[in-house]
Design a binder for this molecule. Structure first.
Ligand code: NAD
Length: 260
């Protein structure tokens, strides 16, 4: 059980982050949600999670491309929930273009949100974890932290960077009760991927269902999407005592993608 623990999950108003937040709340953890979205929908999400699982659910709208707002997110969570025991660095964006046509502004945004934000979150949350002698840092990398695909230079560079940062953080905390690991999902059907399916459907002149099958089938041997719930269960395991000596691992949950 994670009763008495509190968790910050970045980018938890949607997709994988929301799945992980739900799974942690189901174990009794108090939450600080983060991410963009309609204020009324976010409020309903907070109230719904709080009612369903009997936990405290706060929200902070930090833009993860802004280091000072990330520091404020961690400080606010510490103040409102008492401490930050679990940090899930999940917020992320994608941009697809060949490297020699990749807008520099998109490169900067992907690196800021997918990589630098992980550094800023860790540096803000780790001192308190070390002081209390317990912590879990879970970085949502990707199969693209392990292998590459065309047209994703910024994303692949950022996710490889996240895995490197995960390893260094794990080594620096190896003799403490704080662990740091990365999760590497394959395709998960979230708004981030729906955009890529819609683009493929438009390019091929086919329906979205056919485009989704083609997208998953190309790389993912299972031919089925990984789900936010499955990733939530893995995050819960990483928070357990059984995982206290998993350190610096990059755990693939990818339908076989990186086994090929
Ligand atoms: P999503 O688009 O459904 O959710 C992204 C979340 O991040 C949202 O809550 C959004 O509001 C938030 N966000 C985006 N930019 C932000 C910013 N600047 N500041 C604060 N919040 C911001 O995407 P997802 O698919 O759930 O992706 C979550 C993570 O999982 C990302 O790091 C992504 O790279 C990774 N991932 C996704 C897949 C997949 O197939 N969907 C696969 C591997 C890894």
């Amino acid at each position: 059980s994670l009763k008495g623990k509190s968790a910050v999950v970045t980018g938890s108003t949607s997709g994988i982050g929301l799945g992980i937040a739900r799974a942690l709340a189901a174990e009794g953890a108090d939450l600080m949600l983060n991410g963009f979205g309609d204020p009324a929908e976010i409020k309903a999400l907070q109230d719904g999670l709080s009612a369903e699982f009997g936990v405290r659910v706060g929200y902070h709208g930090a833009d993860m491309s802004k280091p000072d707002q990330i520091a404020d997110l961690i400080a606010t969570a510490g103040r409102e929930l008492g401490k930050v025991d679990i940090l899930v660095n999940n917020a992320g964006i994608q941009h697809v273009a060949p490297v020699d046509a990749f807008p520099a502004e998109r490169w900067d945004a992907v690196i800021a949100i997918n990589l630098s934000a992980v550094f800023h979150g860790i540096s803000a949350a780790l001192p308190g974890m070390k002081e209390r002698g317990w912590g879990r840092i879970i970085n949502i990398a990707s199969v693209h932290g392990l292998v590459a695909s065309v047209n994703k230079s910024a994303y692949v560079a950022a996710k490889h960077g996240v895995i490197g940062l995960t390893k260094v953080t794990a080594l620096e905390t190896a003799e403490t009760g704080v662990t740091c690991n990365a999760i590497c999902p394959g395709w998960v059907l979230t708004p981030l991927v729906q955009k890529q399916i819609d683009a493929l459907a438009a390019a091929r002149g086919v329906g979205v269902d056919e485009a989704a099958r083609e997208l998953v089938g190309e790389k993912q041997p299972s031919k089925s999407f990984v789900t936010p719930d499955q990733l939530g269960a893995l995050a819960v395991f990483l928070c357990s005592d059984a995982a206290s000596n998993m350190r610096g691992a990059a755990l693939a949950m990818d339908g076989g993608w990186t086994a090929q």
